[in-house]
Design a protein around this ligand. Sequence first.
Ligand code: SF4
Length: 651
Amino acid sequence: MLRHLEQAGIETPFDRFDAQKPHCGFGLNGTCCKNCHMGPCRITPKSPRGVCGADAHLIVARNILRWTAAGVAAHGARGREVMLALKGAADGSLDLPILGPEKVAATAKAFGIYHETKSTEAMAGEIALILLEDLCRTLPGPHRTLEATAPPERLAKWKELDILPVGAYHEVFESLHRTTTGTDGDWENIARQVLRCGLAFAWSSVVGSSIAMDCLYGLPKRSRITTNLGAITLDTVNIAVHGHSPVLVAAIVKAARRDDLIREARAAGAETIRLYGICCSGHSALAKFGDITPLANALGAELTLATGALDLWVADVQDVFPGIMDVAACFHTRVVTTSDSARLPGAEHIAFDHHHSNLDQADQLAERIVRRGITAYGERQEGKVFVPPASMEAEVGFSVENILQTFGGAEVLLDHLKSGRIRGVVNLVGCNNPKVVFEEAIVTVAEELIAHDVLLLTNGCAAFALLRMGFCLPEGLEGAGPGLNAALKPHDLPPVWHMGECLDNARASAFFRTIAVASEQALPALPLAFSSPEWSNEKGIGAALGFRLLGLNSYHCIAPPVAGSDKVARFFYEDTQQLLGGVMVVDQDPVALARRIVDDFDQRRARLGWTPAAPAALPRLMAINAQAAHDWAHAHGHDHTHDHEEGHHHE
Ligand code: SF4
């Protein structure tokens, strides 16, 4: 696709990245402050303090805090929409079924509000109010979601450190307050607020939002899907959903299944209406409703648009780069924005308003949106359509609940871990960053880890690479070690379990907590970890921090902008070991990063007295797949290179 875009003269994020080089050293080190207009101030040997007297440590810490707060706001804002929808579904003001009664009951029990005489709706309403209160609390009080669901050992640790959050809104508000000119002058106090924000991120913005989604839309369902650009069909009205807000997307899924709208699509000459997922909207709808085809993450969105085969592009919030409009303008693809928070010049706006006063009109908005897609289908320019013939099947829809059902309980999984068949578990996730080769770090870390019998969970942007490259198929076990094969093959499971969108880090942390409970060990003692090799945005800071707060290490190929302060750098790379039990580990080399994870797991296993895992002795999955593709092409008399470059031009 990159070659295709280059030939067509269309700019990509990678071109824009190159045009930004060389990057500003002050930005990379975190030593630029523009919090007030006496600056911007930049720290150099000649000017070691800003106009207000802030030194490098304070400036670096403040910049990280503002990023962390932005991440809390990002996940929290879209979570709020689902919490409001859950409340509306519960009180009857929205015509929405509550599809997750088992999640409602389980959460009500955790919150201590369950009673067998209460209806699902009544409990869902109470849950929605607790989640909203934890998100927005103004009067100081306990964070109920955190206190009900966090491991007691962690809760005690966070209390001791005095980092329990009041609520997500308050911690974001307070972070902006502290970082204003002449407020908090102590970088260590700022660092403590970073940790507090991390807890608000994890337990309000992520876990709270995830609870609301599971209550409203039900738990993920296992299914087998086809992914990558070659899965785009040309005889269908093709609608892509891009972003992170599930409420309108769920209504679009419903509308796209309506007989009358399918008849309209047929009258326009199409076979039916198909939905495709970009970024997390797709993952989320896929896990809940099944029939949506995941295509690309945020960095791959413009490449996907350049297929010219998508009729409508529905954009909500977050990781929707403004650059998509320039690419869409080269094709017939219409863009519709659906949130008051995120408009794009040139796009049509069919959206929930700022007050969510039209949340009850989701079905009508979805109908209008799908009709736009049907109209745009008729405008498709066949000569501009280019769909590369690359597609891959994948297993999706893993949840803690269906995993435990598959294995017959947590004890079986624990036995695999103790025996070394599963060396450890890594939640391998995160966005992408053109500072490394697109998706290569994620794939390399994944193939190295599964070869060492490390089981992987994935979600969000990182998941696209793993879905496309065969890691989410049982056949992916060919690149895994003998232990992982022994544990997973009897259940016909892949070595990487797709858990949905980036909020589903909540699902991974719940899985980790399940293992901790079964093993009667504290989380920091266990061979469990978080990795986002190619992270780039503010939510990525919070996601990794959330797992370090659980006492687990986070592993990355991209360094955070802390090099300008040895104290702040040491805080993240070393000091939190003592404070929390987990640190940030950075190595630009993905193979070395994966080996570091393996070494750390082996040390934890030794301390636990668990059986040592076997050394890796297999070729890596990408080499196996490349050989298989070569053999297939040879057997079928194809010139593989020629096929790739010229096949599937539809002119
Ligand atoms: S807050 Fe201080 S360091 Fe930052 S721009 Fe203003 S004067 Fe400079």
